[in-house]
Design a binder for this molecule. Sequence first.
Ligand code: MGD
Ligand code: MGD
Ligand code: SF4
Ligand code: MO
Length: 704
Amino acid sequence: MKKSVYSMCGMCTVRCPIRVESEDNQVTWIEGNPHLLAGALCAKGTAGIALLNDSQRPQQPLIRAGARGSGRWREATWDEALDYVADKLKAIKNQYGPESVVLSSRGGPWQGMYKAFIHAFGSPNYTNHDCTCGRNTHHASLSINGVGRKGFAYDIKNAKHLVLFGRDMFSALRIAENNQTLDMLEKGGRLTYVDVRQTMTGAKATRFFQVRPGTDYALALGVIHEVIKREYYDKGFIAQYVTGFEELCDFIEQYTPAWTAKQCGIKEKDLLAFVDEIGEDRPSVIFHPGWNLARYQDSFYASRAMHILNVLMGNIEMKGGLFIPKGASDCGKAGIRSIDCGKPDIRRGDGVGWKYNHFDKGPGLAHLFFENMLKEDPYPIKAWIAMRHDLCSGMPDPQAQKLALDKCDLLVSIDTNYSEFGWYSDVILPESTYLERDTPIVQQKGLKPRLSLRRKAVEPKYDTKANWEIFTELAARLDLEETFPFKSIEELWAWQLEPTGYTIADFEEKGFVELSDKDIFYDRDKLDGKFGTPSGKIEIVSEKLDQAGLVSLKPFEAPPAPEKGMLRLIYGKVAVHTQGHTTNNPMLSELMPTNTAWINTRQAKKLGVETGDLVEISSSDHSYNATVEALVTDHVHPEAVFVYHGFGKEIPRQTRSLHAGVSDQKLMIGKLDDWDQAGGGINLCQVFVHVKKSIRNTKRRVEL
Ligand SMILES: Nc1nc2c(c(=O)[nH]1)N[C@H]1C(S)=C(S)[C@@H](COP(=O)(O)OP(=O)(O)OC[C@H]3O[C@@H](n4cnc5c(=O)[nH]c(N)nc54)[C@H](O)[C@@H]3O)O[C@H]1N2
Ligand SMILES: Nc1nc2c(c(=O)[nH]1)N[C@H]1C(S)=C(S)[C@@H](COP(=O)(O)OP(=O)(O)OC[C@H]3O[C@@H](n4cnc5c(=O)[nH]c(N)nc54)[C@H](O)[C@@H]3O)O[C@H]1N2
Ligand code: SF4
Ligand SMILES: [Mo]
């Protein structure tokens, strides 16, 4: 029988709206939802079918039968596996207290459910991946605007100029954003791109700066200097909504274009020409504040500088600028209900909220659990449940992580794949792929907010379950039915929708429910109260940072250069893979089976390496070594060696990705403890590695 459903892609966390066709329980076609994306989908999105049919994913619950990481598993029924997890959790709770259990997830629209589970269990320790992703940007936005990273969205389509600092959007994709940027460019808009290497985005840009790694903050300071000097800022907006402008003017004086050019390794005249363009294009100039900015010791301050540039443009809550995403109440409508449970009044195990008061308490900071785990301070951590989170691929130094994880009595991986964490864990609870599961309804904020959900296109191919089923069934075993009383997804949907007056049938026509048929903007003269800072204004100088002993306007410090014989390890995303979890996908592994090491032509000459030669990359302590092919190019900074993230996997059941390429995170020795004290993000680009020509190269024959 033929079937068509609207759903949400699950191949990356962007979750693009999709339409899926199936016949006799086989998916035959996936496209972007025609009502929102005109059918557009990325390569990973089409590879959902390959994920669904992949026999190298866990097909039923597994319980460890040998030593951790040995790969010896016992196949179990769901009842057995859930009883096993519940019994262990109860025993841990009795002996150490509920707070000794941590649950981490990749965040996203369903995180409330996971949070509710761990809170209902009695632990405050919900955490997510964000210390390796957007935490610096999030905290930067909070410190200035009083709203987090998602407190603003960008009307790129109507902008005149988009400025991206290492936001490689045409590789690190978001389809709707990509389409908007292409529309902007078609209308004559400008795109300025800053990176340490040339990229898909740089190739599409109207202006490209190849900077020295770790100098974005210097570049942003130089731009602020010129914007203020030439008075290219919105005086009215600043007078109405901004504090700390005077301090900024004093601070910025030292950061001249000549100084900036020298720090960044760019031409002063290019910088000045760029500022000329801003002068022409303002206020519709969007400075993207960064996404994965867990990179350098000053990434938090770099992101703050980008936010400050937006504030100077006065581009907030206007067409072609930044806008505050709107929700149901902005449409005069009631919101949906969501599974929720109050947080227990216990100190977090990562110190966020009592040791570190300037961070957002919500998900805390995952890396700070590791040190505490080893020291059992403030209390022992005895279990880690990873829901759609691969600590060992997403967080640095998995070797060190495993030493801390060994202090746990229970490690659970809830995943669609074998993750590196899952392979080391005690129990794998396989989730159905996004094409095989229904999910709770979520509210998506925006200029036109909407309600969306995932609908299963086919029945599960293997013995797997959906997220809500796993948590409901585990909750029942732990006497948490009060928070998870639902017996079916239909019952859950009806409960969620009850206050709104909508029914599930309203999602049939387009796959979503639009809460407004036109873009909603707030009155730009009445934005008071929209900024959640202590003063209610946009704060360039933050009292909260001050109280934490941190400065708001931090002088730039040049990053150290690599020692002789070493290079700075730089990573990035590629358009055909998602993080670390698609390198074994049957279709995507064929499109890109391995990564290579990008080395600058000058450096390569010194190393005697040509494109195609094998090079050996070793961690600073030589404990991890990998051999990959070199790509010799001028399009990467001479201080850096660049690799795409997600390779170097060591999971024997995933034969396509096994030992393919180099793992960036295994090269990141000691980086669990190297993090930005102001922004909370890990300094993932502060890593130096040894690179040399491999002895495994076949000797070239010399004709005599
Ligand atoms: N295809 C695909 N798309 C994705 C993802 C994916 O895995 N695959 N993941 C999604 C997620 S979770 C995220 S967070 C986003 C991330 O989106 P981005 O932050 O745009 O992605 P990255 O590839 O991590 O960006 C790294 C870029 O920063 C550059 N870089 C390194 N050092 C510096 C520096 O000092 N200055 C500058 N200016 N650039 C530097 C690298 O060369 C690289 O090109 O992507 C999302 N989209
Ligand atoms: N060295 C280095 N480290 C990085 C990055 C980098 O580029 N380089 N990128 C950083 C960034 S931006 C991020 S966001 C993090 C991401 O870090 P991770 O959390 O590791 O991200 P993913 O690989 O997207 O997903 C985690 C797990 O979710 C599983 N999964 C996928 N789909 C589903 C599903 O539908 N259900 C369930 N239950 N599980 C699913 C995957 O198989 C994977 O094991 O890594 C960060 N760490
Ligand atoms: S960007 Fe691609 S993989 Fe990610 S949700 Fe959209 S279509 Fe799916
Ligand atoms: Mo991310």
